[in-house]
Design a protein around this ligand. Structure first.
Ligand code: PGA
Length: 256
């Protein structure tokens, strides 16, 4: 059975004190309310500065991991301000979000560069949470399914079946991110179904059925249960709602 995952993408939010407070609130609520959600893997992705703080906080809870929001494609070198996959690995990080639409939009990350980031993450034993998704214009006027399939083809389909099976996919329609405009559960299911079929075409049914495909884009405490009830939606990548501990825990419980 494929893994159910709820990942919280904090983006560039929270000072150190605020991060500490949010982490301890999340950890306490997981212990009190969601410890029975053992089949759900929770991944907290705070800003890199707080990764170690997050690891210390979650050390006492089962099934909670810490992830980074990005990494560079090179292992080391003169890349001021960047963080590499071997560095993340060296402090015990397990997951890394790659190809978030904000990185694609504001930092010009291309499918080719993301293929290199995916390689570096996998070579260092990190699980990439690979984001894909279409713009509003494409959804309304273009072949949006083809566009998202191409993102997956271009950045992931060079991988061996063994490597691909370590990747988590996150479908995040750009028009739904931070806008309050969630994809309907039917729209999410349709896309997840298409992506799973696309993966099956390259790697076969068995690997496609084992691939966790998360939904992201204004998923929250109110709509998560309906989204996660769809057969091909295996959890979520949560932005805004991951910054409020009670809401985030409701989303985690919805994935049970
Ligand atoms: P959102 O962000 O939940 O705030 O829409 C999701 C994401 O960008 O991962």
């Amino acid at each position: 059975m494929r893994k159910k995952i709820v990942a919280g993408n904090w983006k560039m939010n929270k000072t150190a004190d605020e991060a500490q407070a949010l982490l301890s609130e999340i950890v306490n609520l997981i212990k009190e309310e969601a410890s029975s959600a053992t089949e759900v893997t929770v991944v907290l992705c705070p800003p890199s500065l707080y990764l170690t703080m997050a690891q210390q906080q979650v050390a006492t809870v089962g099934n909670v991991s810490v992830g980074a929001q990005n990494c560079h494609e090179k292992a080391s070198g003169a890349y001021t301000g960047e963080i590499s996959a071997p560095m993340l690995k060296s402090i015990g990080i397990e997951y890394v979000i790659l190809g978030h639409s904000e990185r694609r939009q504001y930092f010009d990350e291309s499918n080719t560069q993301l293929a290199e980031k995916v390689n570096s993450a996998l070579e260092n034993g990190l699980t990439p949470i690979f984001c894909c998704g279409e713009s509003r214009d494409l959804r309304e006027n273009g072949d949006y399914i083809g566009f998202v399939k191409d993102q997956i083809t271009d950045s992931l389909f060079h991988l061996s079946p063994e490597s691909f099976s370590k990747v988590v996919v996150a479908y995040e329609p750009i028009w739904a991110i931070g806008t309050g405009l969630t994809a309907s559960s039917a729209q999410a299911q349709d896309m997840h179904f298409e992506l799973r079929r696309h993966i099956a075409g390259q790697y076969g049914d068995e690997i496609a059925q084992e691939t966790s495909i998360l939904y992201g884009g204004s998923a929250n405490a109110q709509n998560a249960a309906e989204l996660f009830a769809q057969p091909d939606v295996d959890g979520g990548l949560i932005g805004g709602a991951s910054l409020k501990a009670p809401d985030f825990i409701t989303v985690v419980k919805a994935a049970q």
